[in-house]
Design a protein around this ligand. Sequence first.
Ligand SMILES: NC(=O)c1ccc[n+]([C@@H]2O[C@H](COP(=O)([O-])OP(=O)(O)OC[C@H]3O[C@@H](n4cnc5c(N)ncnc54)[C@H](OP(=O)(O)O)[C@@H]3O)[C@@H](O)[C@H]2O)c1
Length: 293
Amino acid sequence: MDIGVIIAVITAFCAVLYIQIFLQKKKMQVSMESVLITGASSGLGRAMALQMAPLVTKLYITGRSRERLAVVANECRVLAPNTTVVEIIADLSILSPTDPSGVRALTTAVGDEPLDCLVLNAGISSHDSAATVPLEDTRRVFAVNTFGPIALTQALLPSLEMSPCPRVVVVSSIQGLVPTPRRSAYSASKHALHGFFGALQIEQPRVRVTMACPGWLDTDLRKSSLTSSPGAKPKNSGRAMAPEACAKVIIDGVLKQKRQVIVPGWFRCVVWARMVAPGLLGRAMAVVYGLKK
Ligand SMILES: NC(=O)c1ccc[n+]([C@@H]2O[C@H](COP(=O)([O-])OP(=O)(O)OC[C@H]3O[C@@H](n4cnc5c(N)ncnc54)[C@H](OP(=O)(O)O)[C@@H]3O)[C@@H](O)[C@H]2O)c1
């Protein structure tokens, strides 16, 4: 091939790369002024609130526990005295379409101001096998983990659209990417989020969606987990990650506008295994979860 053509191709490639990097940097420079975090009264939501408070001018935090939310709000105010912290007490579970009072409390608080980032973090867990999980528990898990985030996002889209760089952070789980035994309802509720928010991302490309998929975290999630056999609930394992460390990785991913953040990173291997060898992974998981010797 002519050396001139090779140089032209390399130059064109470098130019495209440079423009991509330049555009990416420009996007990252768009700061977040206002952020709303659901489920901020404990665990991962609390950790994200404390880390995001100094980065924004207005922080909305929500939860059902007035006392715990007030403690987190005060912690945020100490860390970021110039940030306005708004506490919203609301139950975000949607058990029926006539149930959106919690969502209404949040839209009323935001009013007609722009919202730069919506963090859908509130969630509950469930420990039961697919064969026996009560339908009522499955409905409850979906009410909080799936229907709540969907209803809230739809209600807050007008506020997000007013932002120069709107972002939605969906706290899913590694169990939203890989079906997990004895977590059937929880795993299903998180899988559903990927379908819904994947579609939203295509329909509304201006709204940047980040799917956050943590592994095990050292939080109280298991304590409040629904189960029909209390003995089935595992204890927090020593391998669980601190919510603060997980929050840091997620926020970094959001600022870089990543579509998916898997924490810890090595869990990507499990997601790959699910794609290339689902049968093998399933058999390995059956052993790990004590279903097979
Ligand atoms: N822990 C893990 O191993 C793990 C792993 C992967 C993903 N996640 C996800 O991370 C997110 C946070 O969980 P976490 O581990 O930090 O557990 P957590 O400490 O129990 O926090 C759950 C939060 O959700 C709120 N919440 C629960 N039900 C609600 C409802 N009906 N309406 C409004 N808020 C509600 C709780 O606040 P109130 O009680 O005050 O309402 C609390 O602030 C969840 O979406 C979870 O699925 C956790």
